[in-house]
Ligand binder design. Structure first.
Ligand code: BGC
Length: 255
């Protein structure tokens, strides 16, 4: 149980990659806090699954695009489990709209849920880690699109590019406090965010052909990287991103 007695917050933890991260950290022994806005029943189901693994998990009604709600999550971790060791800034959405069509509401939603939540998640988690002493881990779930343009998804790329620099800059700032900040950059993962691709055989074929490993990732394959980063083996990693993309970023489809 490498994460026994560790306490982790996973934002966006009741679906997609976040859900796999919750279960993997719980399997490694951690206690978990997750937020929910719209699906309390999914959070309850997950709490039960985590409880079934012999560990504890609580869901908190919180919208991580609001600072007060991120504060509430950190407060819940401390109130229930006494501390916070690992902050996973995972919550994310995309609109798949071009730079020409993206509305102000879409822009605000993507930037606030993806980037603002990660910024203040980092800030508030770091303050708690400094107050309790002993360092900590902040893990930002970014994307290959922290670096790689995705035409037709500009606001999303902007948010992930911001998370890339959040990881690097906060990683440097917080290193003297022994708080390590690392990004995980998934490629295409079998989660609800990719339903439109998975439901369209020709789009899926094209995508798989562009991935050197020839397939999308399972959420578990991202979660296992996060569990590694939360553990003792990752003590010399900070201010960088681990790409978990099956080689996608290095491929040149069609060339
Ligand atoms: C996006 C997906 C996309 C994948 C690979 C992810 O970050 O959320 O929509 O399929 O990157 O391009």
């Amino acid at each position: 149980m490498p994460l026994k007695k560790k306490v982790a917050i996973v934002t966006g933890g009741n679906t997609g990659i976040g859900q796999a991260i919750v279960l993997e950290l719980a399997r490694h022994g951690a206690n978990i806090v997750i937020d929910y806005v719209a699906h309390p029943e999914a959070t309850e189901e997950l709490e039960q699954k985590v409880a079934g693994l012999g560990d504890r998990c609580i869901g908190v009604d919180a919208d991580v695009s609001k600072i007060a709600d991120v504060e509430k999550l950190v407060g819940a971790a401390v109130a229930k489990f006494g501390r916070l060791d690992v902050m996973v800034n995972n919550a994310g959405i995309e609109t798949r709209t071009s730079v020409l069509d993206t509305t102000e509401d879409q822009y605000d939603a993507v930037l606030n849920i993806n980037l603002k939540s990660a910024f203040f998640g980092t800030q508030l988690a770091a303050k708690q880690m400094i107050a309790q002493g002993g360092g900590g881990r902040i893990i930002n779930i970014t994307s290959v699109h922290e670096d790689w343009p995705m035409p037709g998804n500009t606001a999303y790329c902007l948010s992930k590019g911001g998370m890339r620099m959040l990881t690097r800059t906060a990683g440097v700032e917080l290193a003297p406090r022994d708080i390590l900040v690392v990004g995980v950059g998934p490629g295409a993962v079998e989660t609800p965010i990719n339903t439109s691709t998975m439901d369209d055989p020709s789009k899926l074929k094209k995508l798989n052909a562009a991935i050197p490993l020839g397939r999308m990732a399972k959420p578990q394959e991202i979660a296992s990287v996060v569990a590694f980063l939360a553990g003792d083996g990752a003590s010399y990693l900070t201010a960088t991103t681990i790409m978990a993309d099956g080689g996608l970023m290095q491929s040149s489809p069609g060339l």
